[in-house]
Ligand binder design. Structure first.
Ligand code: FAD
Ligand code: 2HG
Ligand code: ZN
Length: 482
């Protein structure tokens, strides 16, 4: 496991769970929603990467906002640390305890509350799994404005709390644009009803935005209202090969120009990522099998007119081939082929897990510089680790992954602080979409000014004066103890 927790001190103000606490929670939630058994706690204490592991003795499963409110009111009065948890797919150690914090998992709050078929506005509880919302909407002819590889496990409340980006952000924008309202419970148990369903509402400060991306540090999100786009009939997926990064970049510019309003995803992976997918993912084969290319680009178009969308894509591909931007390519002929191409891209986090230990960096970098850091990192590390690059090129978001047989402090010392300093120097962000969590709480200054961080700490103090919510995460520890 990562050695991060050993560098952090448990907040001495926090109480420890006792039998009175357990009795209180059992009375409130019923016995079966208060978990103390080893199996349930093992899963809830460990993150998806198996890199961060807490030692909580208590997992609570509330079924209503009122129960969440009572839980937080009680924990606040007792000064018990709390970790809000969704699907536990987060990649920065934010969703599991560091020490013995109480885990509050929203999974039992999984009902759709309403759906307006005219406006496409969906209101649901926070514990709904993203994929179940996708399936619900599919029947109504709508889609979720976000899509990510973790859709089978992550919850909409977790997505909102991390401001998850994913594979469709290029087309539909971030959750700051699509979440119309939410309900959140503050640390003292107060329920903040901001569950608006309006596209436009300029009455005062738009407080919901504080909760979008605050990673459970300001409140527990219990309900979400979200704008969903209509499902369009024509979806096309092309998988293309480029000989160098500059061609990928130029291809992106061309795609925006030539595919315009139908472009719905522009993802890239490099040779090392493809090699990893082929070696570690079951049932995956290279759609361009003649050779291993340096770069691959996945382009998706989504529109309403099958014939004209296809013509547009074909004209774009012919033009790109003639102009030398792509060296090879295929267009998926049916849904199965499209999803097998998507499986390569979406399966990369899992392939990395299977390959051994992995250091993950989720960087926003100006598109033209994205691959510079990958090459610099490769030169620095030589043969001691494998540098794997992929990501949401259309959003300027690089997923830089360094894979090695086991975690090794000597390798880590080569990567950090280099990766953060490089990103900061090039005016990027050290977290494009995964958040800061535990991994990067101390690193926030690489991307935010001291004045901005100080204001964040003031907001935290105001909303959670005892700092019970997701302690040791998001903000540096020096600002974290009240
Ligand atoms: P968790 O992991 O349980 O929690 C994440 C954070 O949110 C924690 O800090 C937690 O305390 C807080 N939280 C959770 N629920 C609540 C709540 N109801 N109220 C308050 N705080 C809460 N992320 C992307 O942005 N884009 C991607 O493309 C993407 N792809 C992924 C693919 C895979 C295979 C995996 C494993 C992860 C991926 N992620 C991606 C990261 C992760 O899935 C997202 O961050 C996701 O949004 C987390 O949702 P979750 O329900 O699992 O939250
Ligand atoms: C993705 O885009 C996720 O697949 C995970 O954000 C990124 O594995 C990663 O580093
Ligand atoms: Zn991503």
């Amino acid at each position: 496991f990562g050695s991060i927790a050993t560098k952090i001190q448990r907040n001495p103000k926090f109480a420890t769970i006792n039998s009175d606490d357990i009795r209180y929670f059992r009375d409130l939630l019923g016995e079966k929603n208060v978990k103390q058994d080893e199996d349930a706690l093992l899963a809830a204490n460990m993150d998806w990467m198996r890199k961060y592991k807490g030692s909580s003795k208590l997992l609570l499963l509330p079924r209503s906002t009122e129960e969440v409110s009572q839980i937080l009111k009680y924990c606040n009065s007792r000064c018990l640390g709390v970790v809000p948890q969704g699907g536990n797919t987060g990649l920065v150690g934010g969703s599991v305890p560091v020490f013995d914090e109480v885990i509050v998992n929203l999974g039992s709050m999984n009902k759709v509350i309403s759906f307006d078929e005219v406006s496409g506005i969906l209101v649901s509880e926070a514990g709904c799994i993203l994929e179940s919302l996708v399936n619900f909407l599919d029947n109504k002819g709508f889609i979720m404005p976000l899509d990510l590889g973790a859709k089978g496990s992550c919850q909409i409340g977790g997505n909102v709390s991390t401001n998850a980006g994913g594979l469709r952000l290029l087309r539909y924008g971030s959750l700051h644009a699509n979440v119309l309202g939410l309900e959140a419970v503050l640390a003292n148990g107060d329920v903040l009803d901001m569950l608006g369903t309006l596209r436009k509402d300029n009455t005062g400060y738009d407080l919901k935005h504080l909760f979008i991306g605050s990673e459970g540090s300001l409140g527990i999100v219990t309900k979400v209202s979200i704008l969903t786009p209509p499902k369009l009939s024509s979806v096309n997926v092309a998988f293309l090969a480029c000989t160098d990064y500059l061609s990928c970049q130029k291809l992106f510019l061309e795609a925006r120009r030539k595919l315009g309003e139908v472009l719905s995803a522009f993802e890239f992976l490099d040779e090392q990522a493809m090699d990893l997918a082929l070696n570690h993912l079951e049932g995956v084969r290279n759609p361009l099998p003649t050779a291993l290319h340096k770069f691959y680009v996945l382009i998706e178009t989504t529109g309403s007119d099958e014939q004209s969308d296809k013509e547009k894509l074909e004209a774009f591909l012919v033009h790109s081939l003639e102009g030398g931007l792509i060296s090879d390519g295929v267009v998926a002929q049916d849904i199965q082929q499209a999803s097998s191409v998507w499986n390569i891209r979406e399966g990369l986090p899992e392939a990395l897990m299977k390959a051994g230990a992995v250091y993950k960096y989720d960087l926003s970098i100006p598109v033209e510089k994205i691959y510079d850091i990958v090459e610099e990192m490769r030169n620095k590390l030589g043969h001691s680790a494998r540098v794997v690059a992929y990501g949401h090129l259309g959003d300027g978001n690089l997923h830089l992954n360094i894979s090695c047989p086991q975690y090794d402090d000597a390798v880590l010392a080569q990567i950090e602080p280099f990766v953060y300093e490089w990103t900061s120097k090039n005016r990027g962000s050290i977290s494009a979409e995964h958040g800061l969590g535990l991994m990067k709480a101390e690193k926030i200054f690489y991307s935010k000014s001291p004045a901005a961080v100080q204001l964040m700490a003031s907001v935290k103090n105001l909303l959670d004066p005892n700092h019970i919510l997701n302690p040791y995460k998001v903000l540096p520890q020096s600002l974290s103890f009240p």
